[in-house]
Design a protein around this ligand. Structure first.
Ligand code: ATP
Ligand code: MG
Length: 314
C-alpha cells in the first residue's frame, strides 16, 4: 500500500491531448487522464501500441502541450513554467528511450555524451574532476573507463542502453521516465537492464514512470500500475491489485496474454480477447475506487459488480 506520508512528485489531472486538432486525421491520444506519482515509487504504465503511453510521458516532460488538464511536478504547474523554472525542471526529470541507438548522438564519444549531461547540470569544467565523474557514471551502469573514448556504434544494444541511462543520470535527476527501455534489447540482456534500473533507484532515491507493453515485467518493477487503453486509464492499483485482482475486462485481456512460465500450463493457457463494444455503449464512466487505492473505469452499476467481486476475494 502507498505510504500515506509519501509526497506527490507528479500530479496529472484530467489531461486530454488531441493531435491534429480540427483536421481530418484528428486523434485524441489522451482522454481525461488523472493519476499521481509519489516520490520514490515506480509507477508502471501499460497498454498496447498506440494507447498513448509515450504521449503521456512526453506531456509530463513538457514536450507536448495538452489541450486541457493540469500536470504538476513538486507542486509546480509545468505548463506555466518560465525559462529558469523550466531549466531546473529539465534537470530534475529525465527520459530513457526505447531505441538507445537513436537517442545517442553517434558523432560524440561516450565521454562527450556524458559531458553534455554534466554541462546541463552545471558541473564544474575542471578536467580531472570531470574525468572522475564520467568514470563514476560509467561504473554506475556497469561500464568502465575503456568505454569512455568509444562511439555509440561500437557497443551492443544493452551497452548502448546503459550509456543512455548514464546520460540521463549525469544531470542528477529525481524523476526518470523509462519509455519501453528494454523492448529493443535481446531477451538475455533485458533482465540485466531492469535489475540495473532497480538498483539505481535504490541507490539514488529515484522516482520512475516505467512504460511497457509487458505486464509481467511491469509487475516485477512497479509499486503501482496504471492501464491505458485508447488514451483512457481503465484501471489503477498496486502491482498486486492489478496483477492478481484485475477487474476491468481490458486489463484481464492484457493479463491473459502474459505467457505461463510453466510449459504444461502454457499449453492449456487461454488468451481472452477484449470486446471493445463494452465501452462503446455511450454510457458515462468514471474512475471508481473499489477498494483502497484500486480504481476502475466504470458506470455506477459496473462499479457495484466490481465491488462485489472484490469482496469475494477478501
Ligand atoms: N506526433 C504525433 N502526431 C500525430 N499523432 C501522433 C503523434 N504521436 C503519437 N500519435 C498518435 O497518438 C496515439 C498514441 O501514440 P503513442 O505513441 O503515445 O502510443 P504508445 O502507447 O506509446 O504506443 P507504442 O507502444 O507503440 O510506443 C497513436 O494513435 C499515435 O498514432
Ligand atoms: Mg510509445
Amino acid at each position: 500500500m502507498q505510504n500515506p506520508a509519501a509526497k506527490k512528485q507528479v500530479a496529472i489531472k484530467n489531461v486530454t491531448l488531441t493531435f491534429n486538432k480540427g483536421k481530418k486525421n484528428e486523434n485524441k491520444a489522451l482522454d481525461n487522464v488523472s493519476f499521481d506519482i509519489y516520490e520514490g515509487e515506480t509507477f508502471g504504465l501499460v497498454g498496447e501500441s498506440g494507447s498513448g503511453k509515450t504521449t503521456l510521458g512526453r506531456s509530463v516532460l513538457k514536450l507536448y502541450e495538452p489541450d486541457s488538464g493540469s500536470i504538476t511536478f513538486d507542486g509546480q504547474e509545468i505548463t506555466r513554467m518560465k525559462r529558469k523554472e523550466l531549466g531546473d525542471f529539465r534537470r530534475k526529470a529525465q527520459m530513457i528511450f526505447q531505441d538507445p541507438q537513436a537517442s545517442l548522438n553517434g558523432r560524440l564519444t561516450v565521454s562527450n555524451i556524458l559531458g553534455e549531461g554534466l554541462d546541463e547540470a552545471g558541473y564544474p569544467k575542471d578536467k580531472e574532476k570531470r574525468r572522475k565523474k564520467i568514470l563514476e557514471l560509467l561504473e554506475m551502469v556497469g561500464l568502465n573507463e575503456d568505454h569512455a573514448s568509444r562511439y555509440p556504434h561500437e557497443f551492443s544494444g544493452g551497452q548502448k542502453q546503459r550509456i543512455g541511462i548514464a546520460r540521463a543520470l549525469a544531470v542528477k535527476p529525481k524523476f526518470v521516465i523509462a519509455d519501453e527501455p528494454i523492448s529493443a534489447l535481446d531477451v538475455s540482456v533485458q533482465a540485466q537492464v531492469v535489475n540495473l534500473l532497480a538498483q539505481l533507484q535504490k541507490d539514488h532515491g529515484l522516482t520512475y514512470l516505467f512504460i511497457a507493453h509487458d505486464l509481467a515485467m511491469v509487475k516485477y518493477l512497479s509499486d503501482r500500475i496504471g492501464v491505458l487503453h485508447w488514451g483512457k486509464l481503465v484501471e489503477i492499483g498496486t502491482a498486486d491489485q492489478v496483477y492478481h485482482h484485475a477487474l476491468h475486462p481490458y486489463t484481464k485481456s492484457l493479463l491473459s496474454a502474459v505467457p505461463e512460465p510453466d510449459p504444461v500450463k502454457e499449453k492449456a493457457h487461454h488468451v481472452t480477447s477484449y470486446d471493445p463494444s463494452f465501452e462503446k455503449d455511450g454510457q458515462d464512466r468514471q474512475m471508481v475506487e473499489v477498494e483502497s487505492g484500486h480504481f476502475v473505469l466504470a458506470t455506477p452499476s459496473e462499479a457495484e459488480k466490481y465491488k462485489e467481486k472484490q469482496n469475494e476475494w477478501q
